[in-house]
Design a protein around this ligand. Structure first.
Ligand SMILES: Cc1cc2nc3c(=O)[nH]c(=O)nc-3n(C[C@H](O)[C@H](O)[C@H](O)COP(=O)(O)O)c2cc1C
Length: 306
Protein backbone atom coordinates (compact mmCIF):
# COMPACT_ATOMS: atom_id res chain seq x y z
CA UNK A 1 0.00 0.00 0.00
CA UNK A 2 2.60 2.52 -1.03
CA UNK A 3 -0.05 5.09 -1.95
CA UNK A 4 -1.63 5.21 1.48
CA UNK A 5 -0.66 5.77 5.09
CA UNK A 6 -2.11 5.48 8.52
CA UNK A 7 -3.01 8.58 10.52
CA UNK A 8 0.06 9.92 12.25
CA UNK A 9 0.27 11.10 15.82
CA UNK A 10 0.03 14.76 14.85
CA UNK A 11 -3.38 14.24 13.23
CA UNK A 12 -4.67 12.44 16.34
CA UNK A 13 -3.34 15.14 18.64
CA UNK A 14 -4.71 17.95 16.49
CA UNK A 15 -8.16 16.25 16.33
CA UNK A 16 -8.29 15.92 20.13
CA UNK A 17 -7.10 19.48 20.57
CA UNK A 18 -9.72 20.78 18.13
CA UNK A 19 -12.51 18.90 19.89
CA UNK A 20 -11.50 20.15 23.32
CA UNK A 21 -11.20 23.66 22.07
CA UNK A 22 -14.73 23.47 20.63
CA UNK A 23 -16.12 21.73 23.72
CA UNK A 24 -14.68 24.29 26.08
CA UNK A 25 -16.47 27.05 24.20
CA UNK A 26 -19.78 25.19 23.48
CA UNK A 27 -20.31 22.60 26.24
CA UNK A 28 -21.68 19.11 25.31
CA UNK A 29 -22.24 15.50 26.46
CA UNK A 30 -19.84 12.53 26.15
CA UNK A 31 -21.58 11.01 23.11
CA UNK A 32 -21.40 14.24 21.13
CA UNK A 33 -17.77 14.67 22.19
CA UNK A 34 -16.99 11.19 20.89
CA UNK A 35 -18.87 11.61 17.59
CA UNK A 36 -17.28 14.99 17.03
CA UNK A 37 -13.90 13.46 17.78
CA UNK A 38 -14.48 10.75 15.16
CA UNK A 39 -15.61 13.28 12.53
CA UNK A 40 -12.70 15.60 13.20
CA UNK A 41 -10.24 12.73 13.37
CA UNK A 42 -11.42 11.17 10.10
CA UNK A 43 -11.49 14.49 8.25
CA UNK A 44 -8.01 15.29 9.53
CA UNK A 45 -6.83 11.89 8.34
CA UNK A 46 -8.37 12.43 4.89
CA UNK A 47 -6.67 15.80 4.74
CA UNK A 48 -3.35 14.20 5.70
CA UNK A 49 -3.76 11.54 3.04
CA UNK A 50 -4.62 14.22 0.52
CA UNK A 51 -1.48 16.18 1.45
CA UNK A 52 0.51 12.97 1.37
CA UNK A 53 -0.62 12.24 -2.18
CA UNK A 54 0.40 15.72 -3.27
CA UNK A 55 3.65 15.95 -1.36
CA UNK A 56 4.97 12.51 -2.31
CA UNK A 57 5.18 13.39 -5.99
CA UNK A 58 1.68 12.09 -6.34
CA UNK A 59 1.75 11.39 -10.04
CA UNK A 60 4.83 9.19 -9.89
CA UNK A 61 3.47 7.14 -7.03
CA UNK A 62 -0.12 7.01 -8.22
CA UNK A 63 0.68 5.82 -11.71
CA UNK A 64 1.73 2.55 -10.07
CA UNK A 65 -1.84 2.10 -8.89
CA UNK A 66 -4.24 1.52 -11.75
CA UNK A 67 -7.13 1.83 -9.29
CA UNK A 68 -6.20 5.41 -8.37
CA UNK A 69 -5.34 6.26 -11.96
CA UNK A 70 -8.64 4.96 -13.37
CA UNK A 71 -10.56 6.70 -10.61
CA UNK A 72 -8.98 10.06 -11.47
CA UNK A 73 -9.30 9.61 -15.24
CA UNK A 74 -12.91 8.60 -14.90
CA UNK A 75 -13.76 11.37 -12.54
CA UNK A 76 -12.79 14.16 -14.97
CA UNK A 77 -14.46 12.41 -17.90
CA UNK A 78 -17.59 11.80 -15.86
CA UNK A 79 -17.75 15.46 -14.92
CA UNK A 80 -17.35 16.45 -18.57
CA UNK A 81 -20.07 14.01 -19.53
CA UNK A 82 -22.36 15.44 -16.82
CA UNK A 83 -21.94 19.05 -17.89
CA UNK A 84 -23.77 20.57 -20.82
CA UNK A 85 -24.38 24.03 -22.15
CA UNK A 86 -27.32 24.71 -19.86
CA UNK A 87 -30.12 26.52 -21.64
CA UNK A 88 -32.35 27.19 -18.65
CA UNK A 89 -31.14 28.08 -15.17
CA UNK A 90 -33.23 28.38 -12.00
CA UNK A 91 -31.75 31.44 -10.31
CA UNK A 92 -30.37 29.48 -7.32
CA UNK A 93 -27.17 30.86 -5.77
CA UNK A 94 -23.87 28.97 -5.84
CA UNK A 95 -22.17 28.58 -2.44
CA UNK A 96 -19.21 30.93 -2.05
CA UNK A 97 -16.67 28.10 -1.72
CA UNK A 98 -17.71 26.61 -5.05
CA UNK A 99 -17.51 29.99 -6.72
CA UNK A 100 -14.04 30.54 -5.22
CA UNK A 101 -12.93 27.13 -6.47
CA UNK A 102 -14.09 27.87 -10.02
CA UNK A 103 -12.40 31.29 -10.00
CA UNK A 104 -9.20 29.77 -8.66
CA UNK A 105 -9.19 27.19 -11.46
CA UNK A 106 -9.56 30.06 -13.95
CA UNK A 107 -6.68 31.90 -12.27
CA UNK A 108 -4.44 28.81 -12.31
CA UNK A 109 -4.76 28.34 -16.08
CA UNK A 110 -1.54 28.36 -18.09
CA UNK A 111 -1.02 31.22 -20.53
CA UNK A 112 1.48 32.11 -23.23
CA UNK A 113 4.73 33.23 -21.55
CA UNK A 114 2.82 33.18 -18.25
CA UNK A 115 1.52 36.68 -18.98
CA UNK A 116 -2.09 36.02 -17.94
CA UNK A 117 -3.10 38.61 -20.48
CA UNK A 118 -6.74 38.52 -19.39
CA UNK A 119 -8.89 38.92 -16.33
CA UNK A 120 -12.27 37.82 -15.05
CA UNK A 121 -15.06 40.24 -14.23
CA UNK A 122 -17.67 38.75 -11.93
CA UNK A 123 -21.24 40.00 -11.94
CA UNK A 124 -24.20 39.00 -9.79
CA UNK A 125 -26.01 42.37 -9.74
CA UNK A 126 -29.44 41.56 -11.19
CA UNK A 127 -29.96 45.02 -12.66
CA UNK A 128 -26.65 44.84 -14.51
CA UNK A 129 -27.38 41.27 -15.65
CA UNK A 130 -30.68 42.49 -17.15
CA UNK A 131 -28.72 44.97 -19.25
CA UNK A 132 -26.13 42.40 -20.28
CA UNK A 133 -28.91 40.06 -21.41
CA UNK A 134 -29.96 42.75 -23.89
CA UNK A 135 -26.53 42.67 -25.55
CA UNK A 136 -26.47 38.84 -25.48
CA UNK A 137 -29.37 38.06 -27.78
CA UNK A 138 -31.76 37.81 -24.82
CA UNK A 139 -30.25 34.55 -23.56
CA UNK A 140 -32.07 33.74 -20.32
CA UNK A 141 -29.06 32.20 -18.58
CA UNK A 142 -27.61 35.70 -18.22
CA UNK A 143 -30.32 36.71 -15.76
CA UNK A 144 -31.14 33.27 -14.32
CA UNK A 145 -27.56 32.47 -13.35
CA UNK A 146 -26.03 32.93 -9.93
CA UNK A 147 -22.90 34.68 -11.19
CA UNK A 148 -21.77 35.74 -14.62
CA UNK A 149 -18.06 35.58 -15.45
CA UNK A 150 -16.89 37.92 -18.19
CA UNK A 151 -13.46 37.03 -19.56
CA UNK A 152 -11.64 40.12 -20.82
CA UNK A 153 -8.25 40.06 -22.54
CA UNK A 154 -5.56 42.65 -23.22
CA UNK A 155 -6.25 44.62 -26.41
CA UNK A 156 -2.50 44.85 -27.15
CA UNK A 157 0.95 44.04 -25.79
CA UNK A 158 3.40 46.67 -24.62
CA UNK A 159 6.79 46.80 -22.97
CA UNK A 160 5.16 48.22 -19.86
CA UNK A 161 2.52 45.51 -19.60
CA UNK A 162 4.95 42.66 -20.14
CA UNK A 163 7.54 44.20 -17.79
CA UNK A 164 4.95 44.57 -15.04
CA UNK A 165 4.09 40.87 -15.20
CA UNK A 166 7.68 39.67 -15.44
CA UNK A 167 8.86 42.00 -12.66
CA UNK A 168 6.12 40.69 -10.39
CA UNK A 169 7.05 37.12 -11.31
CA UNK A 170 10.73 37.75 -10.53
CA UNK A 171 9.85 39.45 -7.23
CA UNK A 172 7.74 36.45 -6.23
CA UNK A 173 10.61 34.12 -7.15
CA UNK A 174 13.25 36.28 -5.51
CA UNK A 175 15.14 36.83 -8.75
CA UNK A 176 16.50 40.06 -10.28
CA UNK A 177 14.17 41.80 -12.74
CA UNK A 178 16.74 41.58 -15.52
CA UNK A 179 16.50 37.75 -15.50
CA UNK A 180 13.71 37.95 -18.09
CA UNK A 181 15.11 40.84 -20.17
CA UNK A 182 16.42 38.82 -23.14
CA UNK A 183 13.26 36.73 -23.36
CA UNK A 184 11.07 39.80 -22.99
CA UNK A 185 12.90 41.43 -25.92
CA UNK A 186 12.29 38.39 -28.12
CA UNK A 187 8.57 38.22 -27.44
CA UNK A 188 8.12 41.99 -27.70
CA UNK A 189 9.77 42.04 -31.13
CA UNK A 190 7.65 39.10 -32.28
CA UNK A 191 4.43 40.72 -31.03
CA UNK A 192 5.29 44.11 -32.54
CA UNK A 193 5.97 42.55 -35.93
CA UNK A 194 2.67 40.68 -35.81
CA UNK A 195 0.62 43.86 -35.31
CA UNK A 196 -2.11 45.00 -32.94
CA UNK A 197 -4.93 42.87 -34.36
CA UNK A 198 -2.82 39.73 -33.95
CA UNK A 199 -1.92 40.80 -30.42
CA UNK A 200 -5.53 41.24 -29.39
CA UNK A 201 -6.41 37.89 -30.94
CA UNK A 202 -3.47 36.18 -29.25
CA UNK A 203 -4.47 37.53 -25.84
CA UNK A 204 -8.10 36.49 -26.45
CA UNK A 205 -6.98 32.93 -27.19
CA UNK A 206 -5.23 32.77 -23.82
CA UNK A 207 -8.42 33.83 -22.06
CA UNK A 208 -10.21 30.82 -23.55
CA UNK A 209 -7.82 28.48 -21.74
CA UNK A 210 -8.84 30.05 -18.43
CA UNK A 211 -12.48 29.89 -19.54
CA UNK A 212 -12.12 26.15 -20.23
CA UNK A 213 -10.59 25.57 -16.80
CA UNK A 214 -13.53 27.37 -15.21
CA UNK A 215 -15.97 25.17 -17.16
CA UNK A 216 -14.21 21.99 -16.03
CA UNK A 217 -13.99 23.18 -12.41
CA UNK A 218 -17.68 24.06 -12.42
CA UNK A 219 -18.50 20.57 -13.69
CA UNK A 220 -16.37 19.05 -10.94
CA UNK A 221 -18.39 21.00 -8.36
CA UNK A 222 -21.68 20.11 -10.05
CA UNK A 223 -22.30 23.72 -10.92
CA UNK A 224 -23.88 24.33 -14.31
CA UNK A 225 -22.29 26.69 -16.77
CA UNK A 226 -23.09 27.89 -20.26
CA UNK A 227 -20.17 28.93 -22.44
CA UNK A 228 -21.41 31.99 -24.33
CA UNK A 229 -19.93 33.75 -27.31
CA UNK A 230 -23.34 34.89 -28.47
CA UNK A 231 -23.14 38.52 -27.42
CA UNK A 232 -22.09 41.84 -28.92
CA UNK A 233 -18.58 42.37 -27.54
CA UNK A 234 -18.37 46.05 -28.52
CA UNK A 235 -21.65 46.75 -26.73
CA UNK A 236 -20.61 44.76 -23.66
CA UNK A 237 -17.30 46.65 -23.53
CA UNK A 238 -19.22 49.91 -23.71
CA UNK A 239 -21.63 48.79 -20.98
CA UNK A 240 -18.86 47.58 -18.65
CA UNK A 241 -16.75 50.69 -19.27
CA UNK A 242 -13.95 48.61 -20.73
CA UNK A 243 -13.19 51.04 -23.54
CA UNK A 244 -9.89 52.71 -22.78
CA UNK A 245 -9.09 50.17 -20.05
CA UNK A 246 -6.80 48.08 -22.27
CA UNK A 247 -9.18 45.10 -22.04
CA UNK A 248 -11.78 43.67 -24.39
CA UNK A 249 -14.44 41.13 -23.48
CA UNK A 250 -13.86 37.79 -25.19
CA UNK A 251 -16.33 35.25 -23.85
CA UNK A 252 -18.82 34.97 -20.98
CA UNK A 253 -19.83 32.19 -18.59
CA UNK A 254 -23.05 32.19 -16.56
CA UNK A 255 -22.74 29.86 -13.55
CA UNK A 256 -25.74 28.46 -11.73
CA UNK A 257 -28.09 25.53 -11.63
CA UNK A 258 -30.17 23.91 -14.36
CA UNK A 259 -33.97 24.19 -14.46
CA UNK A 260 -34.19 20.65 -15.84
CA UNK A 261 -37.93 20.61 -16.56
CA UNK A 262 -37.68 23.63 -18.82
CA UNK A 263 -34.39 22.79 -20.50
CA UNK A 264 -34.71 21.11 -23.90
CA UNK A 265 -31.03 20.09 -23.91
CA UNK A 266 -30.76 18.43 -20.52
CA UNK A 267 -31.56 14.87 -21.61
CA UNK A 268 -30.13 15.03 -25.10
CA UNK A 269 -27.28 12.67 -25.93
CA UNK A 270 -23.91 14.34 -25.79
CA UNK A 271 -22.56 14.25 -29.32
CA UNK A 272 -18.90 14.57 -30.24
CA UNK A 273 -16.86 13.83 -33.36
CA UNK A 274 -16.06 10.09 -33.33
CA UNK A 275 -12.56 9.35 -32.01
CA UNK A 276 -11.55 7.91 -35.38
CA UNK A 277 -12.02 11.27 -37.10
CA UNK A 278 -10.98 13.38 -34.14
CA UNK A 279 -7.58 11.82 -33.46
CA UNK A 280 -5.04 11.31 -36.20
CA UNK A 281 -1.73 9.68 -35.50
CA UNK A 282 1.13 10.61 -37.81
CA UNK A 283 4.61 9.35 -38.42
CA UNK A 284 7.34 10.73 -40.64
CA UNK A 285 6.07 8.49 -43.44
CA UNK A 286 2.80 10.48 -43.57
CA UNK A 287 4.23 13.96 -43.91
CA UNK A 288 5.68 16.10 -46.67
CA UNK A 289 9.38 15.51 -47.23
CA UNK A 290 10.11 18.61 -49.30
CA UNK A 291 9.63 21.31 -46.68
CA UNK A 292 12.62 23.61 -46.16
CA UNK A 293 13.13 23.49 -42.43
CA UNK A 294 14.91 26.16 -40.39
CA UNK A 295 18.33 25.34 -38.99
CA UNK A 296 20.19 27.23 -36.26
CA UNK A 297 22.09 28.99 -39.10
CA UNK A 298 19.08 30.40 -40.96
CA UNK A 299 16.49 30.57 -38.19
CA UNK A 300 16.46 34.40 -38.17
CA UNK A 301 15.24 34.54 -41.76
CA UNK A 302 12.24 32.38 -40.86
CA UNK A 303 11.47 34.32 -37.70
CA UNK A 304 11.54 37.65 -39.59
CA UNK A 305 8.80 36.37 -41.90
CA UNK A 306 6.37 35.60 -39.05
C1 LIG B 1 -16.86 29.40 -27.16
C2 LIG B 1 -18.27 28.90 -27.05
C3 LIG B 1 -19.32 29.73 -27.31
C4 LIG B 1 -20.64 29.28 -27.13
N1 LIG B 1 -21.69 30.17 -27.25
C5 LIG B 1 -22.93 29.75 -26.88
C6 LIG B 1 -23.99 30.68 -26.79
O1 LIG B 1 -23.86 31.86 -27.07
N2 LIG B 1 -25.20 30.23 -26.36
C7 LIG B 1 -25.42 28.92 -26.01
O2 LIG B 1 -26.53 28.59 -25.60
N3 LIG B 1 -24.42 28.02 -26.11
C8 LIG B 1 -23.19 28.40 -26.51
N4 LIG B 1 -22.17 27.50 -26.56
C9 LIG B 1 -22.44 26.10 -26.22
C10 LIG B 1 -22.17 25.12 -27.35
O3 LIG B 1 -23.18 25.17 -28.31
C11 LIG B 1 -22.04 23.75 -26.72
O4 LIG B 1 -20.95 23.77 -25.83
C12 LIG B 1 -21.82 22.66 -27.74
O5 LIG B 1 -22.93 22.51 -28.57
C13 LIG B 1 -21.53 21.33 -27.08
O6 LIG B 1 -22.56 20.95 -26.21
P1 LIG B 1 -22.38 20.74 -24.65
O7 LIG B 1 -21.59 21.91 -24.13
O8 LIG B 1 -23.77 20.74 -24.12
O9 LIG B 1 -21.66 19.47 -24.42
C14 LIG B 1 -20.87 27.93 -26.77
C15 LIG B 1 -19.78 27.08 -26.55
C16 LIG B 1 -18.50 27.57 -26.67
C17 LIG B 1 -17.34 26.63 -26.33
Amino acid sequence: MDNFHLPDSSSIVSSIALIFLRQSSNGGNDASVFSKFMVTFLSQWCLDCHHYFLSQSYLLTATKSTFVKNFIDMSLLKDLEWRYATKKMNGQKIPQEKLDYILEAARMAPSSSGLQQYKVIMISDKALLERIRLVAYDQSQITDCSHLLVFAAWDSYSDERISNVFNYMMDERGLPHKTMDAYKQVILETYERAGQEWQSHHAAKQSYISFAMAIAAAAEKKVDATPIEGFLPEKLDELLNLNGSGYKSTVILPLGYREAEQDWLVNMKKVRTPKKSFITEMTLADVSDNVVLPTPMNLDAFVQKR
